[in-house]
Design a protein around this ligand. Structure first.
Ligand code: FPP
Length: 243
């Protein structure tokens, strides 16, 4: 979709003054599945499809970045079966994204310590990284084996190794998110009200949006509602001016 078409679509929906970067904690997959008598993996599977739909919608609206929390540094403590099913889903998604990147123009970037992932997943991540360099425009950042504290410690160590003084700029430049604007809007579905170690550094001035909807039930209309809510916020960044 070309720029003017995207602008038209956003305007039709009354969505002007869009956030440049939206981040989502894709929560509630397990409860969604359990309520239906299904294994938790079924919730993750539907959750992955919802991610695809929401990413496409963000791209079409002209949002620049969508960052999602797919697997945290703490999620390894889940039952082995569930961890395996999430890793398999990530592999499946990356394999399909590699096939469709030229058509979809959705660049992918993986944030997190990928060194402990399976060789197969690491190889798919390298391929998506390489292919993504060929495209401009919308970027989806998928956090895998990601933790906000871990990212900050890693960034501090990277600065120390380079002999850089520890400044906010140096740390920002050493984060997985280097070069990406901080999230304007962080959405957490499923009725939980916390950040759970997600984007701790980058969320300093993010607007937070919570909804009871479980992630597998989250629709493009829910995303639009979150954006409309965001548009009514007064972002002052510690100052006194309204936006
Ligand atoms: C949180 O819900 C969800 C996860 C820990 C996994 C999210 C992973 C996916 C949606 C699949 C792969 C992603 C992509 C981008 C292809 P939960 O399990 O904690 O739910 P609960 O709180 O109801 O138990």
């Amino acid at each position: 979709m070309r720029w003017f078409k995207r602008k038209q679509k956003a305007e039709e929906l009354g969505l002007t003054d869009l956030p440049r970067h939206i981040a989502v904690i894709m929560d509630g997959n397990g409860r969604w599945a359990t309520k239906r008598g299904l294994p938790r993996s079924a919730g993750h599977s539907v959750g992955a499809e919802v991610f695809r739909t929401i990413a496409t919608h963000c791209r079409d609206l002209g949002i620049e970045h969508l960052t999602v929390y797919a697997f945290s540094t703490e999620n390894w403590s889940r039952p082995a079966d569930e961890v395996r099913s999430i890793m398999k889903l990530l592999e499946k998604y990356l394999r399909e994204a590699i096939e469709t990147m030229e058509r979809d123009h959705i660049r992918l970037c993986i944030w997190g310590d990928t060194s402990v992932l399976s060789p197969e997943l690491q190889s798919l991540i390298r391929t998506t990284d390489d292919l993504s360099q060929n495209y401009k425009g919308f970027q989806a950042n998928i956090c895998i084996n990601y933790g906000g504290r871990d990212e900050i410690v890693r960034a501090a160590n990277l600065c120390a190794e380079k002999g850089l003084p520890i400044t906010a700029e140096a740390l920002s430049g050493a984060m997985y998110s280097a070069g990406v604007p901080d999230p304007d809007l962080i959405i957490r579905p499923s009725g939980e009200y916390r950040l759970s170690n997600f984007l701790l550094w980058q969320s300093a001035y993010a607007e937070l949006y919570f909804t009871d909807t479980l992630w597998p039930d989250f629709t493009t209309a829910d995303l639009d509602a979150a954006i409309v809510d965001y548009q009514h916020r007064s972002r002052r960044y510690g100052g006194v001016q309204s936006k």
